[in-house]
Design a protein. Structure first.
Length: 215
């Protein structure tokens, strides 16, 4: 155990901080112009912070979401727009820069970390590597120096749902967990983030109720 970890273990922590070794789970979903995080546009991002009630059950706290202006020179595949249904020219699509969106999300995440006594945030995503790669690429492009997120560790709900339900598709996993899922609203970063958050909370709480936590 490092000195920092030992120091944290001796501090008074919230139940949420104690549950995940000082990490604050933050659910992230992105909608993009393709699959390559280095070349393809980040078009939407949403982040949902979590909290824990007096019974030790994980719950959704707050969601922030943004439409993003493609960075200069970004590649946008037509097939990606057809899949997500994003209309970049829609008059009601009020978009912001990557820097401003991340700055606001990181502000909310740091506030939640402080409230929960956590030392760092950890990304929760459905197929988390994809969301993590686009988040990290945006951080590098915007030259944001202090990200609250762990640079490579994640919680992946596709893996957790495969264990819990034998399902890896978000809609199918939500169906197995009796979480309402509307396919017409899917592929919106805000909607997918909140459904992923519900799924993550369900699996973590189910494990607790089955006697798997505390150990």
């Amino acid at each position: 155990m490092s000195e920092r970890e030992e120091e944290f273990s001796n501090e008074v922590k919230s139940p949420l901080a104690a549950r995940f070794r000082g990490f604050l789970p933050v659910v992230i979903d992105v909608e993009t112009g393709g699959f390559n995080a280095m070349t393809d546009a980040l078009l939407e991002i949403a982040a949902t912070t979590l909290t824990m009630d007096d019974n030790g059950l994980l719950k959704i706290d707050k969601t922030s979401s943004f439409h993003i202006k493609p960075f200069e020179g970004a590649n946008i595949e037509k097939a990606a727009l057809e899949f997500t249904g994003i209309d970049l020219n829609h008059p009601l699509r009020i978009a912001t820069t990557e820097h401003d969106a991340l700055d606001k999300i990181f502000h909310d995440v740091r506030h939640a970390m402080k409230k929960q006594g956590c030392t760092r945030a950890i990304l929760v995503g459905h197929n988390a590597f994809f969301d993590q790669s686009f988040l990290q690429a945006a951080i590098e492009r915007t030259e944001i120096k202090r990200s609250p997120f762990h640079p490579f560790s994640t919680f992946d709900t596709a893996t957790l749902a495969g264990l819990a339900f034998g399902q890896t598709v978000l809609a199918k996993a939500c169906e197995a967990a009796n979480i309402e899922f509307n396919n017409k609203e899917a592929h919106s970063a805000r909607y997918d983030t909140e459904k992923t958050a519900e799924l993550f909370c369900y699996i973590i709480n189910k494990w607790k109720n089955l006697g798997g936590w505390p150990l």
